[in-house]
Design a protein around this ligand. Structure first.
Ligand code: NAD
Length: 485
């Protein structure tokens, strides 16, 4: 396969030579082969990117000062340029992190232009200021302004969709951005830069610095940054929040999860099995909101264990670029080690393995782990409490709805979840009692129009929906001269 190589970085509207000769080597999750090389940005490159974003934001006639409709035209060109590169974007993501290509078309190719248009539409369709009559005789003008220079830090699991959860509202509202992709998935990020260049986004509006956690930490504490938006692990999020707390810098955090898929005693799981798969095992188990704790009623426990086990056994595991593949490899050898150590811990703790637990026999290359199901898991077990981020489900029995709610809520996390039932009203009544930022009934599909995010260790703030736009805005009040009221 031809190597994908870049020797320059996208900073200040153009491709510039990096400050050092350091590189990031990217490997295929399915073959372990070297597939590409990009420059690794240094602190000097990151400083140049922040300076470019700062200049672009502070320009009194620049991006932030443009009418929303003018920005929307540039954003539309960006969306079209992404669409032109969409199939290649999906292919690169799938190569790098093992995402099944059918999912990559949906999430990594389809979602970015959709969400760009959604947020620029919100900006153009809704007034960004209002005048309010006061109680003391005057009036107040309340204005939503862009928050400033945004540092966006994203993980490797759904790299383009997560990038655009941040970029789309930031650009639409008039912010400028420095993006740091994860080192595992930089080839899609640099293709996105090609789209930004083709779309003619003004200089400095979008800058991309590939690098690791040290570079991320440098950006988070950078003195000329106004806002940080992070998606990734809870441990990194906590450290970023500490820095932002000290600096009094606004921060949005989308972190880990250990959500519950609650199967009620009237559920017809077999009819809903595709939705159940999407809510629990999608993307090789590498999505933060997946319901990896399956809560099953004791009255139908054996049947639910059989159905979930059958689902895991039925999945087509293999080359993520093959159209029919439902489960590909994990992103890296490190991630596979981590998942395998959790499987060993589950066995040590006495959980009953019903399928999987090893590496697929027919695949001798690539970081694959078999779809794995544990039954008889205690909610206090490590595999039920910690985020595994791989294709491992735990089935936990419950005796009553009260107990199901208590078990679902006995978690340090609160990001996603689902309720499976023949009675949607019963499902919704239960969903209202779950301590989680989002939850689905007989499916889980986050929609761009509704806020997404977590409670507890799953994060702070919300992305998507009008609420997601507000994360990139700040409010200014002008008290109008009471004598002219
Ligand atoms: P990670 O936290 O190690 O890395 C994520 C990104 O942050 C990478 O770009 C990394 O280089 C950077 N980073 C790491 N430590 C940093 C620090 N101290 N300061 C600044 N930047 C830092 O996470 P990961 O293992 O690569 O990704 C998987 C995690 O992401 C999982 O825990 C998953 O649940 C979470 N995630 C959450 C969501 C969500 O929306 N809630 C979505 C996807 C993934």
């Amino acid at each position: 396969m031809e190597l994908i190589t870049y020797d320059r970085l996208f900073i200040d509207g153009g491709w510039r030579s990096p400050a050092s000769a350091r590189t990031i080597e990217v490997h295929s999750a399915a073959t372990e082969e070297h597939i590409g090389t990009v420059p690794e940005a240094t602190e000097a490159d990151a400083d140049a990117a922040v300076d470019a974003a700062r200049r672009a934001f502070d320009d009194p006639a620049g991006w932030a000062a443009w009418e929303p409709a003018r920005r929307a035209e540039a954003i539309e060109r960006f969306a079209v340029a992404l669409e032109e590169r969409g199939a290649e974007t999906a292919r690169r993501v799938s190569l790098q992190n093992g995402m099944p290509i059918s999912l990559a078309h949906q999430f990594e190719q389809g979602f970015p232009p959709l969400v760009l248009r959604y947020f620029s539409g919100l900006m153009t369709d809704n007034a960004q200021e209002e005048t309010r009559p006061g109680m003391l005789g005057g009036r107040s003008r309340v204005i939503r302004e862009p928050v400033g220079v945004v540092v966006a830090i994203v993980p490797w699991n759904v790299p383009q969709a997560i990038t655009f959860l941040k970029l789309a509202p930031a650009l639409a509202s008039g912010c400028t951005v420095v993006l740091k992709p994860a080192p595992e998935t930089v080839l899609d990020a640099l293709l996105m830069c090609e789209a930004a260049a083709a779309a003619g986004l003004p200089k400095g509006v979008l800058n991309v610095v590939p690098g690791g956690r040290e570079l991320g930490a440098h950006l988070v504490s950078h003195p000329r940054v106004d806002k940080v938006s992070f998606t990734g692990s809870t441990a990194a999020g906590r450290s970023i929040a500490e820095t932002c707390g000290r600096l009094l810098r606004p921060v949005t955090l989308e972190l880990g999860g250990k959500s519950a898929a609650i199967v009620l005693d009237d559920a017809d799981l077999r009819t809903n099995i595709e939705s159940f798969y999407a809510a629990t095992l999608l993307n090789n188990g590498q999505i933060c909101w997946l319901g990896t704790r399956v809560l099953a009623p004791r009255s139908r426990y054996a049947e639910v264990v059989d159905t979930v086990t059958g689902l895991a056994r039925s999945l087509d595991v293999g080359d993520p670029l093959a159209p029919g593949t439902q489960m590909g490899p994990l992103v890296s050898a490190r991630q596979r080690d981590r998942v395998e150590s959790y499987i060993a811990k589950g066995l040590d703790d006495g959980a009953r393995l019903t399928t999987g637990g090893g590496r697929p026999k027919n695949l001798d290359r690539g970081w694959y782990v078999e779809p794995t199901v544990f039954a008889d898991v205690d909610n206090a077990h490590t595999i039920a409490q910690e985020e595994i981020f791989g294709p491992v489900l735990s089935v936990i029995p419950y005796s009553s709805e009260e107990e199901a709610v208590a078990l679902a809520n006995a978690s340090d996390y609160g990001l996603g979840g689902s309720v499976w039932t023949a009675d949607p009203d019963r499902g919704e009544a239960l969903a209202r009692r779950i301590g989680s930022g989002t939850i689905g009934i007989n499916a889980y599909a986050n929609d761009p129009t509704a806020p997404f995010g977590g409670v507890k260790n799953s994060g702070l703030g919300r992305e998507l929906g009008p609420e997601g736009l507000q994360g990139y805005q700040t409010l200014k009040t002008i008290y109008l001269d009471p004598s002219t009221a």
